[in-house]
Design a protein around this ligand. Structure first.
Ligand code: ZN
Length: 63
């Protein structure tokens, strides 16, 4: 996979990778995701979300 810089579709600004919080089925998650420094739009890929959710679900089941 090539690491191409992502650009905000609204601002045409390069995205910064930052830790972002998001909620999924009542649980809060965080992940490193590209975020636009200008408008704050976060570009979470479905793959990334599924990966984090699977991790957290496993942790929940371990309890
Ligand atoms: Zn933007």
């Amino acid at each position: 996979m090539s690491e191409q810089p992502m650009i905000c579709s609204l601002c045409k600004c390069p995205l910064e990778v930052k830790r972002v919080d998001f909620e999924y089925v009542g649980h809060m998650f965080f992940a490193d995701a590209p975020r636009c420094p200008v408008c704050g739009q976060v570009y979470l890929s479905e793959e990334l979300v599924k990966g984090r959710v699977a991790e957290v679900e496993m942790q929940l089941e371990d309890k």
